[in-house]
Design a protein around this ligand. Structure first.
Ligand code: DLL
Length: 433
């Protein structure tokens, strides 16, 4: 099934005609309404009317996460606040998260694109969607929710956590579609097994998983444990939220990017030169229909490649390979985006510790576990054990409050964290995904 047959199967030429028209409208919008973009364009000596073809897009400057932070909270908005009906923010950042806004029309567009995505992932009217993405300032919960309602499915807004209750709901309400991060899906499957609720007592047909990297092996494990077909869904708050791209359940070979709303490019993350189809590099997006928060050549930092080959499902939209990594050091811990520098800034506020630390990420029972090893200063070290435990708890609480992730803090003796001659090894990621 294809939700929006006209747009999703549109021949290339017609699609590109729509893209250039929408791109020009977007450029006019940001040029007149967002000082940041106007200044950037002026520095590059470009006005929106210079962009006449899609190839001209490459003349425009890039936008980075730092640019969004510099314009915190609302200076990137292209509409007056009284037309903004929703605000989300990127998960888990200190002081300055990246804040995104939506007009009523943006929410409607997002819902439609999510309805498209859920359809591509196997859902339809009459399905019951167990939506275990977190509800709140994270875009996952509400994004999927609105899309499922738009589709005419029934949504269970179960959100993340309270796993045992989720298993009871899964058994009793008989949901047919599950949406969550892939790691939480596995955790749920195992919790169900422990409670004696095997796949034969469940009714899931399809699962639509994303918000963090996962592998083909993980897909097979989830499929086996829940007896479903699992699809990969991609998105990011800055570009919209979930529903920027999704695998179709027919081919499950690359994620279709909804190109009538977003133009993807792949660039070399070091030189920023555009790369041809098939080559792996950093994914860059320009939005074509967003009103409140348009983005021009936004550097996602996600590493992937594009495949323009036609797909057996009939959709004409280009496919991106699953995301294989990042061109920065961002970690995703239980769906929360965390930069090591943010943990560092929490540690630096604490007098009794040294700026020598290491983050260790493991996966236990399919849930990410973050430990922070940090050296106590000589002065702090002479403290008694109880004092040290108290300090660990205090640091852990600060990390939770500022970043939204739980971390087990381990204080270690001065000078025990290995020094490096080059870049310090700040992160040890033991997750096998
Ligand atoms: O994670 C939006 C989302 C919600 C996508 C639910 C899919 C499902 P952010 O919190 O802004 O938004 O995080 C965006 O998460 O740049 C990627 O690094 C990563 N990411 C998202 N989807 C995938 C995926 C949401 N399918 C960041 N595979 C992105 C790998 C993903 N990484």
């Amino acid at each position: 099934m294809i939700y929006d047959i006209e747009y999703e199967t549109m021949p290339r030429e017609a699609l590109e005609a729509i893209q250039i028209r929408r791109l020009q409208t977007t450029l006019q919008r940001v040029y007149t309404s967002v000082p940041f973009y106007r200044n950037k364009f002026q520095e590059a000596n470009i006005t929106p009317s210079d962009i006449k073809t899609l190839a001209d897009l490459q003349r425009l400057p890039f936008t980075t996460k730092q640019d969004l932070r510099d314009n915190y909270p609302f200076n990137m908005f292209a509409v007056p606040m009284d037309t903004v009906v929703r605000i989300h923010a990127s998960s888990g950042t200190t002081g300055k998260p990246t804040v995104v806004g939506y007009t009523a029309r943006d929410v409607a567009t997002w819902s439609t694109l999510m309805a498209r995505a859920l359809t591509a992932g196997g859902a339809g009217r009459g399905d019951i969607v167990h939506n275990a993405y977190g509800y709140g300032i994270f875009t996952g919960g509400l994004g999927v929710h609105y899309g499922a309602e738009r589709l005419g499915a029934s949504v269970i807004p179960v959100s993340g956590g309270n796993t045992k209750r989720q298993v009871v709901i899964m058994r009793d309400f008989k949901p047919t579609i599950i949406t969550s991060t892939p790691s939480y899906a596995l955790h749920l499957a195992e919790a169900a097994e422990e409670m004696g609720v095997g796949p034969e007592s469940l009714s899931f047909k399809f699962g639509i998983f994303g918000a963090e990297p996962w592998s083909e092996q993980m897909r097979r494990e989830i499929e086996r444990k829940l007896d479903i077909k699992a699809m990969d869904i991609y998105g990011l708050s800055e570009v919209m939220g979930p529903g920027v791209a999704i695998e179709c359940h027919e081919a499950r070979n690359g994620l279709h990017i909804f190109e009538d709303h977003f133009i993807p490019e792949i660039v070399d993350p070091n030189t920023l030169e555009p790369l041809p189809y098939g080559e792996t590099g950093e994914l860059v997006f320009t939005s074509l229909t967003k009103e409140a928060f348009p983005v021009i050549r936004y550097r996602t930092r996600d590493i992937t490649c594009l495949n323009p080959e036609p797909c057996i499902c009939g959709r004409s939209h280009i496919r991106m390979h699953r995301v294989t990594g990042r061109s920065d050091d961002m970690l995703i811990i239980r769906g929360v985006n965390v930069f090591p520098s943010q943990i560092e800034s929490v540690l630096m506020e604490i007098e009794e510790v040294e700026p020598h630390y290491q983050l260790v990420v493991d996966r236990h029972d399919n849930l990410d576990v973050l430990s922070v090893k940090v050296e106590v200063s000589e002065r702090g070290f002479s403290d008694e054990v109880r004092g040290l435990q108290k300090l660990e708890r205090r640091i852990s609480k600060n990390i939770k409050e500022l970043l939204g992730v739980s971390a087990e803090v381990k204080l270690v003796e001065p000078k025990t964290i290995q020094r490096s001659e080059g870049k310090a090894v700040r992160v040890v990621d033991n997750r096998q995904i």
